[in-house]
Design a protein around this ligand. Structure first.
Ligand SMILES: NC(=O)c1ccc[n+]([C@@H]2O[C@H](COP(=O)([O-])OP(=O)(O)OC[C@H]3O[C@@H](n4cnc5c(N)ncnc54)[C@H](O)[C@@H]3O)[C@@H](O)[C@H]2O)c1
Length: 442
């Protein structure tokens, strides 16, 4: 294939970007290419998401109606569930889920299905890029194998393959997709050149690395780093609490050191689609090389023990008022796994709800971003439950309020005035004077 011709097409924006999987990663990526006047087609098996895009309806909070309206009205943007149209795209970027299965091993179903579908439509000159987080070796050992076997074409000669991890941080006001440098690993020099040229049209900077498995390892390293450091501050929280030391004050003060320290914040446990899951992709692959990942497993152990610690603190807090969890009305604040987003995947709040429920409490939640709990594989028993209304009369009815996620729009002063007992897992009450000593840190 004439790579120079393809590079010329990219430069002139006569090159169509196909994005497969239009969720938290794929939709902002679609917007980013569109914003930079690159023709883009989005593909998803979810008809509802495709209809939303084509009708200008937002389904991810931080990508609001105005941007969705622009996508819907655009002549260079389209969304479809018709995978026969994969041939229309010059590049195909896969942004599909990579969860863990019931045995906590990589669940590659979505990546495999998508690759199988691409392989049926693959044409010469196309560039296929995997963006999903995954174990090192996936692109070379799994993606290329399926594509070559089913299409009869050869990677690096007839078509091109690269891996570029997504570093999207939903809800982060300072860094949207276009502002986060993109690490790129190519299967061969031409694939690397094409992939970098493509991202250069829309993203601030590309960081080329030696090969696809290095790029895959970069993403896992970033998330393992977070998981291990969060575990460390969670452990310190428990230890310092026993010593009568406030871990948040310690961390804020330590953070004044201008070098050699990076602040992480303790909480009720890990949540989201990345940090609780991704490290175990490496653990799984490392076994093939007879290697242990002790830091990863220890961090997982500490972080998953946090919801039980919060329950223990809640028991102590209720006990101080001569009450038991059994029969208490408990309100959880924040169902999303982090502040100011509507993503409740893997949220530790669900764990807390389950534990309190098992202990005989009546559990309710408040979250302005998650008005009702949707059907899901893990939390089907909570599906349909609605967020309570934020009124003094309702809040006063609860024996204890547990702050699990510190959304910024919550009025913590009102909460302090209305609630007789608060368990704060996020230091959310730091700016509110605790006049009655009714705030317990956990
Ligand atoms: N959410 C984040 O903040 C984030 C950040 C960095 C990396 N990642 C990684 O990016 C990948 C995608 O995550 P996400 O959060 O966007 O997931 P998501 O669940 O929000 O979106 C995935 C989309 O893929 C679609 N899909 C599933 N199977 C498909 C198929 N066979 N063909 C076409 N579409 C299909 C789903 O319908 C859904 O719309 C994962 O590997 C994740 O680990 C996520």
């Amino acid at each position: 294939m004439n790579v120079e011709k393809l590079l010329h097409q990219i430069d002139n924006k006569e090159y169509t970007v196909g994005i497969i999987g239009l969720g938290y990663v794929g939709l902002p990526l679609m917007w980013t290419f569109h914003e930079n006047e690159m023709p883009v087609i989005g593909y998803d098996i979810d008809q509802n998401k495709v209809d939303c895009i084509n009708n200008g309806v937002s389904y991810i909070k931080h990508l609001g109606e105005d941007k969705m309206q622009k996508l819907a009205k655009s002549d260079i943007c389209d969304a479809t569930t018709d995978f026969n149209r994969l041939q229309e795209a010059d590049a195909l970027l896969m942004c599909v889920p990579t969860p863990l299965d019931v045995h906590r091993e990589p669940d590659m179903r979505f990546v495999e299905q998508t690759t199988q579908t691409i392989s049926k439509h693959l044409r010469k000159g196309q560039l296929v890029i995997l963006e999903s987080t995954t174990w090192p070796g996936t692109t070379d050992e799994l993606i290329i194998k399926i594509l070559e076997e089913n299409s009869g074409l050869t990677a690096g000669e007839d078509f091109y393959v690269a891996y570029s991890p997504e570093r999207e941080d939903p809800g982060n006001q300072n860094f949207n997709t276009s502002k986060i440098p993109k690490v790129v690993g190519g299967h061969g020099k031409d694939a690397l050149k094409l992939a970098c040229a493509l991202y250069d049209t829309a993203i601030v900077k590309t960081i080329p690395v030696s090969d696809t498995k290095t790029a895959e390892a970069v993403k896992l390293t970033e998330n393992i780093f977070r998981s291990v450091n969060i575990a460390l501050v969670n452990e310190l929280k428990v230890v310092f609490s026993e010593m009568g030391i406030d871990v948040h004050e310690v961390l804020d003060a330590a953070d004044t050191k201008p070098f050699g320290f990076m602040k992480f914040t303790p909480g009720p446990g890990l949540g989201g689609h990345c940090i609780p899951i991704d490290p175990f992709y490496l653990t799984w692959k490392a076994r093939q090389f007879e290697q242990n990942t002790r830091f990863i497993e220890l961090a997982g152990e500490v972080n998953t023990s946090m919801p039980k610690y919060v329950v223990q603190r809640t028991i102590e807090a209720l006990n101080s008022q001569k009450k038991s969890v059994n029969g208490s009305n408990i309100l959880l604040i924040g169902l999303a796994y982090k502040p100011d987003v509507d993503d409740d995947r893997e949220s530790p709040t669900y764990k807390l709800m389950d534990y309190y429920n098992e202990l005989g409490a009546n559990v309710e939640y408040y979250d302005p971003f998650v008005p009702v709990i949707k059907e899901s594989r893990e939390h089907s028993h909570w599906a349909g439950k609605k967020s309570i209304n934020w009124t003094e009369e309702i809040i006063k009815k609860f024996d204890v309020v547990v702050i699990s996620t510190n959304h910024s729009e919550i009025n913590y002063l009102e909460l302090s005035n209305w609630s007789g007992l608060i368990v704060d897992t996020r230091n959310a009450m730091k700016h509110v004077e605790d006049k009655n000593g009714h705030v317990w840190k956990a």
